[in-house]
Design a protein around this ligand. Structure first.
Ligand code: MN
Length: 257
């Protein structure tokens, strides 16, 4: 089985090492094609206005001077002669839960793989003050990664669907298990924008992600993580709200007469 690894924290990120450890439990045919620098929050951006470079870092190991989406794209088009069976993205340093996935470079790399018709899985490690202070922020992903991935890698994926996995901020022993749950949502109160003045007297604004009030709902990824479970959520690239199709069409029919 050929596995392509990527992430949005960059090719030197500790979480990518953890992902390699996990992937090696499934195969020796592991390839890495990841951004050369941190790209968290890049979403599904594709570099259109500047060229990107592909740097060889070793055998089956490449860095791309662009976004996670660029990395998967080049991994599939330029690096690999034969397509991978699976794309794994992560392990992200931090949660990708609820509708935050739309900002996520980690999840977007998996989206890109999904668009290319390859089963793709995003993995993220939630952290807390306690796990930040511990010596291994990724202990949960390290301890549970292969176990959680095994049935997912073997599963049939619906077309244009990826799987989003989050590991709670707990020691492996304190994790209660895993739950397949739906995507939650958060209150849009993330206005943690810090305004400052730069050394040349110009104002700047800096977005922060540290204080996000999530609203756990029933059987959502947010709730699973809060309760100490690993969350597993299938995500669809078809954003269409089928429930609104008829009502919106009706509305248009009326206004057009
Ligand atoms: Mn990241």
């Amino acid at each position: 089985m050929r596995i392509l690894l990527t992430n949005d924290d960059g090719i030197y990120a500790p979480g990518l090492k953890v992902l390699e450890e996990i992937a090696r439990q499934f195969s020796d045919d592991i390839w890495v094609c990841a951004p050369s620098e941190e790209q968290s929050g890049a979403g599904h951006a594709l570099s259109l206005h500047r060229p990107v470079r592909l740097h060889r870092h070793g055998d089956r190991r490449f860095a791309v001077s662009g976004t996670p989406t660029d990395s998967v794209n080049l991994g599939l088009r330029e690096v690999l002669d034969i397509a991978p069976d699976v794309i794994l993205s992560g392990v992200n340093r931090g949660a990708n839960l609820g509708d935050d996935v739309t900002y996520s470079g980690t999840v977007s790399a998996a989206m890109e793989g999904t668009l290319a018709g390859i089963r793709s899985i995003a993995l993220s490690q939630v952290y807390s003050r306690a796990t930040l202070a511990s010596d291994d922020l990724f202990a949960a992903a390290r301890g549970w990664g292969a176990r959680v991935l095994e049935p997912i890698i073997a599963a049939e994926f619906a077309p244009r669907t990826l799987v989003n996995i989050n590991f709670p901020a707990r020691t492996p022993e304190a994790i209660k298990g895993s739950r397949v749950v739906r995507q939650g949502f958060h209150d849009y109160s993330r206005s943690t924008v810090v305004k400052g003045t730069d050394p040349r007297g110009q104002d700047y604004y800096w977005f922060g992600l540290d204080v996000i009030e999530h609203t756990p709902g029933h059987m959502t990824d947010l709730e699973a993580i809060k309760d100490g479970y690993i969350s597993i959520t299938p995500l669809k690239l078809d954003f269409t709200d089928h429930a609104s199709l008829a009502s919106l069409a009706d509305q248009y029919q009326k206004t057009r007469g």
